[in-house]
Design a protein around this ligand. Sequence first.
Ligand code: NAI
Length: 216
Amino acid sequence: MSKQVISTPVIRRLPRYYRFLGDLELEKVERISSRELAARMGLSASQIRQDFNCFGGFGQQGYGYHVGELHEIIGRILGVHEQTGVILIGAGNLGKAIASHLDFDSRGCRLIGVFDSNPLLAGTSTHDLPIMPMETLDSFCAMHHPQVAVLCIPKDAAQQLADHLISLGIKGFWNFSHFDLKIASPDVIVENVHLGDSLMTLAYCMHSLGEDEENS
Ligand code: NAI
């Protein structure tokens, strides 16, 4: 498969394709046309064909897509078979929920360490991982070389901690801290997550739907 630059919107759709194809596999569906897949996913068939063409096609004329193969190929593109080491900083309400309920392993990541600055949390655990004091962060990173940090800390602490984590070798941040990190290095990736934005999008759509109904 030739390596080419893939646009961000396509990349953002890949996990969804992967999820739908996984469900189809569980339903024992062996092959599917772009039209059927589009109907299930609420996309257009041409969108799907265009997206898959970015990676070299996969489909066969008159046959459609082989669900298992496509699932495997997209999984490989997403790196789900990798075991990227992840640490989580901030074992409060959000951090514990993420550590306990998110299946890192099936997404190519392995949660290997949880840290918090609150001394009262040291010695307790979440998701079978001990919550470690921040004083042990440097030695842990030197020994285990995590690549990704999940930031579940207050926004005031985010930038300083991120800078320090980069110096310890962290290359990617899954940033829940509501702070827009300033990262000088182009080799470091930040994925910001704002659940509140998603809720506001829903609220806006419901609000504008109500307005449309009033005006019709
Ligand atoms: P929390 O107060 O329950 O937990 C925060 C934890 O971070 C505490 O255990 C605290 O000891 C620890 N902490 C604080 N400074 C630290 C530092 N410098 N190093 C290591 N640990 C540190 O708060 P909660 O509810 O878990 O929220 C955490 C953050 O996530 C907040 O900033 C909140 O605004 C944000 N948040 C973001 C969401 C999103 O969608 N992005 C959704 C919900 C919360």
